[in-house]
Design a protein around this ligand. Structure first.
Ligand SMILES: Nc1ncnc2c1ncn2[C@@H]1O[C@H](COP(=O)(O)OP(=O)(O)OP(=O)(O)O)[C@@H](O)[C@H]1O
Length: 657
């Protein structure tokens, strides 16, 4: 026994050193290697310790890439592709770990016997790993996923009986025009469906009217509520920028709807009580130095209706926190584009919740309710027997903003059709689309300066405004607003961070080119420097993803301030107080979510890799309002990306049925 234990210890030491080496070579996060070592220390010398260590490495690595769990079949079928590893690299680990189970049943039996693993249903002694069916989790993610699944499922089943005649009357007033595409008015259906439950999901591509629908829903809620002035409505989004956009679009839509509602409803007065849209962090009461929020099940939010926009960006942990803090009586409305990139952090919550949205799958009861409440006949093609949440989910299918070439390109990419995408570029004669197929990085620099001949853009226009100064403007803030708007009309988006085609390389190259043109004078902080905040900072009130511009401080000659636009309000912070920022001429597609630019340039890198997938290209394209330019070193990199889908492992679909 003694001898065996020593041998085991030697083998584990060799395995952990090998794993450290893999991490040092950049194939693994150091955190994953350290995590496996930590789990190993919890039960040194146990049989199968090396297999548990390998499972931990893979699990931690996948969670770092957005998966909420590890499917055992992936482990059984060699996860080198999933990890983006070569087979040699994986076999190198196997050579030190010794043989691993080659079946799901084998892995399940092995993990169920490991002291660090709690098998759901067995006695729980707070082990750090959880085995739920054929999925292995870190306990935190399992807890979050279970909470989201259970709470959403319970909400989806909690239906009420709204006053049908009144609802129908109001919906006919609010939606008094036939749909532009002649199809069913899904916006009207969405309002009716949302009114009957404690959760509703309204998904759809850009400009399909998600915000307009929710403004109509609010009007309907005020109209049918016995005490509309007492309704507590909260608007929220994952980022400050998305929150500001939500409030702006809702206010704009409500103005139009107020005319329709007429004197029967003091809509604008009621809507004024809603207050500003907030970030989810601020709504939940984030506090510095702790992950815990002020609001939770024990201290729930004081709301009757919570509207969350850009829900595709909400990660699992945040969704769990929102659901935990939301009283069961409140209505939750999630708005978002299910086809967009999921959050950087673990989970693809909206995508999981919306998995039936395209097909509909509406039961006879839902179809009958929609007909009675909204007068809309849901076509038989959308009938089915999907689960309770699908009955509370509506996909908007007609874009009010994107009917031209950009919309067609987005559809082609979303549909996984490289041939159609190519044809979109070739067929657009109006200059809305352009594709520099075999580009050199210099092409990006030309675009960064002045856009293209047939599409305005580039950073020259805003820098010209900066350099001309504020003399032509009545107020300093008017000038700042004009500069910020000019900057916000153009952006370069990258798929990757590193390398010549990535954010870091391009930001430096663009700065050098702008300096050569005499538009900026580089130093750490310089006039005209655009920055993106990379960490929430409660002290200065700036949040991860906020974008600002550096300008002279009118009150203190010689010092610089960074100006941020919040709706139409300008806010500024002394540049030297901002610690976590990076230059933002080029930014990642991930960070651009929730924003739109008149002209968007998407730069694809030489090497695609697993993360360069359809969702990323789709998200990049749909950030463009009027002009979209694609820059890629080869044609193949776009085609490969369109054909690759991001699949994130999770058990959420199983929980919501
Ligand atoms: N039923 C409608 N009647 C009139 N205008 C509409 C209707 N639906 C949408 N619109 C208009 O179409 C435009 C896009 O709508 P909206 O902003 O609500 O879309 P969205 O899906 O929220 O877009 P985003 O992807 O930017 O969040 C807006 O100008 C809105 O006023």
């Amino acid at each position: 026994m003694q001898h065996n234990a020593q041998l085991d210890t030697l083998q584990m030491d060799a395995l952990f050193s090998h794993i450290d080496g893999v991490a040092e070579a950049g194939h693994l996060r150091r955190l994953s290697a350290a995590f496996a070592r930590f789990i190993g220390t919890l039960d040194e010398g146990a049989p199968n310790a090396s297999a548990v260590a390998v499972a931990c490495v893979v699990l931690s690595e996948l969670e770092g890439r957005g998966h909420s769990c590890l499917m055992l079949f992936e482990l059984a079928s060699e996860p080198s592709q999933l990890l983006g590893w070569s087979e040699e690299l994986w076999h190198g680990v196997l050579a030190v770990s010794g043989p691993l189970p080659d079946s799901v049943a084998g892995w399940r039996a092995l993990l169920a016997g490991a002291p660090q693993v709690w098998t759901v249903g067995a006695a729980d002694v707070r082990q750090p790993l959880v085995l739920d069916g054929d999925r292995l989790y870190l306990r935190r993610y399992w807890r979050d996923e279970s909470l989201v699944g259970e709470k959403i499922a319970a909400r989806a089943q909690d239906l009420t009986n709204p006053p049908l005649a009144q609802v129908r009357l109001w919906l006919d007033i609010l939606f008094d025009q036939p749909t532009q595409d002649g199809g069913p008015d899904w916006q009207k259906v969405a309002c009716a469906i949302a009114l009957r439950g404690k959760v509703a999901i309204i998904t759809g591509g850009p400009g399909t009217g998600k915000t307009y629908t929710v403004a109509s829903l609010l009007t309907l809620l005020f109209a049918v509520s016995p005490q509309p002035e007492q309704l507590r409505i909260a608007l929220a989004a994952p980022t400050g920028k998305a929150a500001a956009r939500l409030k702006q679009s809702i206010d704009k839509a409500l103005e139009g709807l107020a005319a329709k509602a007429g004197d029967a409803l003091p809509l604008l007065e009621l809507a004024r009580r809603m207050g500003a849209a907030r970030t989810l962090h601020s709504l939940l009461g984030a506090r510095p130095d702790t992950r815990a929020f002020a609001h939770h099940a024990g201290n729930p939010l004081d709301v009757d209706v919570l509207i969350v926009d850009e829900a595709s960006m909400v990660h699992l942990e945040m969704m769990a926190s929102v659901l935990d803090a939301l009283p069961p009586t409140a209505i939750l409305i999630l708005l978002g584009d299910k086809d967009q990139l999921a959050s950087v952090e673990a989970g693809a919550v909206l995508g999981d919740l919306c998995h039936d949205a395209q097909a509909g799958g509406y039961t006879p009861a839902t179809i009958a309710y929609a007909q009675a409440a909204s007068g809309v006949a849901i076509p038989p093609a959308f009938a089915g027997a999907a689960g309770a949440l699908a009955q509370q989910t509506v996909m908007l299918r007609h874009s009010h903003r994107f009917s031209g070439p950009i919309g067609e390109l987005a559809l082609a990419v979303n549909g996984g059709r490289p041939d159609l995408a190519k044809a979109c570029f070739a067929g657009d004669s109006g200059g809305q689309l352009a594709w520099s197929v075999s580009a050199q990085p210099d092409e990006v620099l030309r675009l960064a300066l002045r856009g293209r001949a047939d599409a305005p853009g580039g950073y020259q226009p805003y820098l010209a405004l900066v350099n001309a100064g504020e003399a032509a403007y009545a107020q300093h803030d008017d000038w700042v607003r004009a500069v910020l708007h000019a900057f916000e009309s153009f952006r370069i988006l990258c798929a990757v961070r590193e390398g010549e085609w990535g954010v870091a390389g391009l930001n430096t190259a663009i700065e050098l080119r702008l300096e050569k043109e005499g538009l900026i004078r580089r130093s750490e902080w310089y006039v005209g420097r655009p920055v993106m905040v990379t960490r929430n900072d409660y002290g200065t009130g700036v949040f991860n993803g906020d974008i600002g511009l550096t300008l002279r401080d009118p009150a203190r000659p010689g010092s610089l301030r960074v100006y941020f636009l919040e709706g139409e309000n300008v806010r500024s912070v002394l540049a030297t107080r901002l610690r976590h920022v990076e230059t933002a001429f080029a930014m990642t597609v991930h960070k651009s979510q929730g924003s739109e630019f008149r002209h968007t340039v998407l730069v694809l890198p030489q090497e695609g890799g697993a993360m360069l997938a359809r969702e990323l290209v789709y998200t990049g394209i749909t950030r463009a309002r009027d002009f979209f330019t694609l820059v890629s070193p080869t044609q193949a990199v776009l085609f490969d990306a369109i054909l690759r889908r991001t699949q994130r492992a999770s058990g959420l679909r199983g929980l919501i049925g």
